[in-house]
Design a protein around this ligand. Sequence first.
Ligand code: ATP
Ligand code: MG
Length: 580
Amino acid sequence: MITRMSSLFLRTLREDPADAEVPSHKLLVRAGYVRRVAPGGYSWLPLGLKVLRNIEAVVREEMDAFGAQEIQFPALLPKEPYEATNRWEEYGPNIFRLKDRKGADYLLGPTHEELFTLTVKGEYSSYKDYPVTLYQIQTKYRDEARPRAGILRGREFLMKDSYSFDLTDEGLSKSYQDHRDAYIRIFDRLGLEYVVVSATSGAMGGSASEEFLAVAETGEDTFVRSTESGYAANVEAVTTPVPAEQSIDDKPAAQVHHTPNTPTIETLVDFLNANTDRKFTAADTLKNVLVKLKQPGKDWELLAVAVPGDREVDFKRLEAAMEPAEVAMVDEADFAKNSFLVKGYIGPGAIQANGIRFLADPRVVKGTAWVTGADKADHHVVDLVAGRDFTPDGVIDVAEVREGDPSPDGKGVLVAARGIEIGHIFQLGRKYADAFSLDALGPDSKPVRITMGSYGVGVSRLVAAIAEQSHDDRGLIWPRNVAPADIHVVIAGKDETLVQAGEDFAKHLSAKGFKVLLDDRKASPGVKFADAELVGIPTILVIGRGLQNGVVEVKDRKSGDRVEVPVAEAVDHLVQLVRG
Ligand code: ATP
Ligand code: MG
């Protein structure tokens, strides 16, 4: 296949697009792979679509290889199945909802558990039918609160989603493992650097769940690893080790102190250290953070979250812990409405006395003594003891996780890095089978409730994730398996012999089965070289001045290495190089 730059629907840009922050977004737009249509909505131009299709092909091959079967649902779906599982409500504003001309409610599918469950129920009835795994590679819609970084977080995006249906828990474990193995093969073939981390269950509700994160500074997910064990988890899924309870008998009584001008933890600790004969640190204080919570179908309510004063509340951990509820910061109006909340001096007392749900960090175990707000301006209470002076309504593990924190498995300490979620595997259990009474008739003629898994790969996001890992300041650098062409042939000059040689090379390479991008434009060599670097085909064949001495140049996009090769050997050289 020869793609000619002279007629290719491609206009590269010299400048970064104004709305782009991350490298993949800038480069995919500049190199003419995608164009923005709406917030979180992008069109794929010819080169971009080739990369997308290459990735899709790898995903499809590996899914088919372990026996998953491809089907396809509409993206436009009726409301009823999603009402049956409560997700019509739970998904909240993230669902695109619409009405047809008769007034019936529809949605654009954000994920398809309901439809797959109903479809299997429609076709299968006997235990002999199971297990089965079905998948689709299909456009998904989510009205994301923060569409970001071009195709990295779109509101319309391509996902491979699959669903396994098993009779037993052991069967589900195997289906899960099959997916895990397939994902490892997929991401290896795509040349990605990634980690597999434990994940929160999120809105799905269920048990075992892992995420595949492509390691990238620009990623939205933070994950931690232990320095001494195989422990790795999304920061949203980290559980804080609970310290041992302490005796309350030997604790001094709580005392209210006048602590003028101490609305922050830092000012408070400084004041106490200057004015008492004890030594306090921020970790001895309890910070009571007010947020707002909206359960699906309910009104906003206040929630108080108590964390040790040396840590912030991690909003992403909070969101994950509260799913499917929405969470928001409180504003001045909320403080004005609830005058018992004395900003900077909020304590458990006023919170609980006024019926606000009060959840505390796992470190707030019985017998621990805290410095916290006394619900009065310029006053704090010292030695407020958990289980004696206050009892939280529950535990919430949403304080920030920091490097150096002990690993939850007791081995080593945590180090952190950032990643892009490219895949998610998830043991759903019987939630959806229960919602739709999906049973198989067992050998004894008794019904057996089916157990399910759900598994996603962000196919369009992968284009950006790969670009994020594989580029330099001049452009994209595609791994061979996903590149839109195998070899970029650049005719570096207008001379008729150069043009002819370029055409001949393109023909020969194409005959060998290579996808060739031929730069046969009338542009200057400088423009062509710059575009070749921007577009990012891994191997570049330059037909230039050397031709009169019988040589052409083969350039490796990634290393920048160039070798001169005699014309007669060039095709064999390239076959060697590309096919390895
Ligand atoms: P995220 O935490 O990034 O919002 P998610 O956990 O909501 O993702 P899943 O429901 O697990 O996503 O979807 C499966 C896969 O689809 C994800 O692992 C991700 O690769 C991809 N994906 C999810 N949302 C988007 C999006 N808005 N744009 C592009 N890809 C997405
Ligand atoms: Mg996920």
